[in-house]
Design a protein around this ligand. Structure first.
Ligand code: SAM
Ligand code: SF4
Length: 333
């Protein structure tokens, strides 16, 4: 059985949200006061989570597992979850699943080596600016140096190539693209700019304020020569070679340059819901199956069925678009 949808796309890349909690309050994601976090009893235990990941890998052809959140480093069982994932075997016998994490990097200085030892392959760390004051305004926390230390620790622990995710926000860091890129290149980090999406809990997204992929590229082109690279596959980022290389930069134009036709992703939330798209408005409750005594095979069938309703595109650009009830921090970006 595969995670195939009606449009012929096969999901092999599982994004697992480990928690909806976070220690930052990025303006494009959460309100200053935070959110009503999921009650503990609704959150999957480590064992439940590992069982679902195993079903995904062994029954349904998942080959890549990315841990995210909320902030995945806030999940105490993270190293054990990574190790259990890495102990699984891919259906085609070609080894263990590839593992990655998207994190804000806070505390990674202390845990990077343990995570690498547990089998984590790579990390994406979110950092929107080289200026600690701008960072504090965007994230509402004065923690820039902790992220920078986390990045360095990830690189030292071999969790590379280390990628940096940045969102440009008008009036905050929208003129900083080139300096952030230079900063990342000097340290050997691969930077990717993500267009701001309508996924914030406070529903404050505004198309006119969004810094588009085109605008970002124009900004970078003042300082660098960018050559598009072929072979994007199902990766969300369009990659560009900078000057004559070897560095590259990624542009994720989720809104203005959607890549839904090539999507190979599926999401599992921390409370055990399958979301077949980041923008899905329907969820499939695997926690109920799990806690109701369903067998692995029954859960796999339910999961596969959840893929069938995956829409051909996210519809952000349709006049009838409605934002999901669940914010990005509770889905897993
Ligand atoms: N807390 C971790 C982090 O920030 O990396 C993981 C979860 S976060 C939701 C995952 C990614 O989504 C981050 O790179 C973040 O910058 C991005 N993100 C959050 N809200 C977004 C939005 N409204 N539009 C685009 N990207 C967003
Ligand atoms: Fe937290 Fe990540 Fe959302 Fe920022 S983007 S508030 S770090 S979950």
């Amino acid at each position: 059985m595969d995670l195939i949808d009606q449009h012929g796309r096969v999901a092999t890349d599982l994004r697992v949200s480990l928690t909806d909690r976070c220690n930052l309050r990025c303006q494009y994601c959460m309100p200053a006061e935070g959110l009503a976090w999921m009650p503990t009893e609704e959150t999957l235990s480590d064992d439940e989570l590992i069982r679902l990941i195993r079903i995904g890998v062994e029954h349904l052809g998942v080959s890549d597992v990315r841990f995210t959140g909320g902030e995945p480093l806030l999940r105490r069982g993270l190293p054990a979850i990574v190790a259990a994932t890495k102990a699984l075997s891919l259906r085609d016998g070609s080894g263990a699943p590839r593992t990655a994490m998207t994190s804000n990097g806070l505390g990674l200085k202390r845990t990077a080596q343990a995570l690498a030892d547990a089998g984590l392959d790579r990390v994406n760390i979110s950092l929107d600016t080289t200026d600690p004051e701008v960072f504090a305004r965007i994230t509402r926390r004065d923690r820039w140096q902790d992220v920078v230390d986390g990045l360095q620790a990830a690189q030292d622990a071999g969790l590379g190539p280390v990628k940096v995710n940045a969102v440009l926000l008008r009036g905050h860091n929208d003129t900083e693209g080139a300096s952030l890129l230079r900063w990342c290149m000097e340290r050997g980090y691969e930077l990717r700019f993500i267009e701001q999406m309508p996924l914030d809990a406070q529903h404050g997204w505004n198309r006119e304020a969004m810094v588009t992929a085109e605008e970002t590229l124009a900004l970078l082109s003042h300082e660098f020569s960018l050559t598009p690279l072929a072979g994007r596959g199902s990766a969300p980022a369009e990659k560009f070679l900078i000057d004559d290389g070897p560095h590259t930069v990624g542009i994720i134009g989720s809104v203005t340059r959607p890549f839904c036709g090539d999507c190979n992703r599926v999401r599992l939330t921390a409370d055990g819901q399958i979301m077949n798209c980041l923008f899905a408005r329907e969820e499939s409750d695997l926690r109920a199956s799990l806690r109701g005594g369903a067998s692995d095979a029954e859960i796999a069938v339910r999961w596969a069925a959840a893929m069938m309703t995956k829409l051909p595109g996210h519809g952000i650009n349709d006049p009838s678009f409605l934002q999901s009830e669940r914010p990005m921090s509770a889905i897993g970006g």
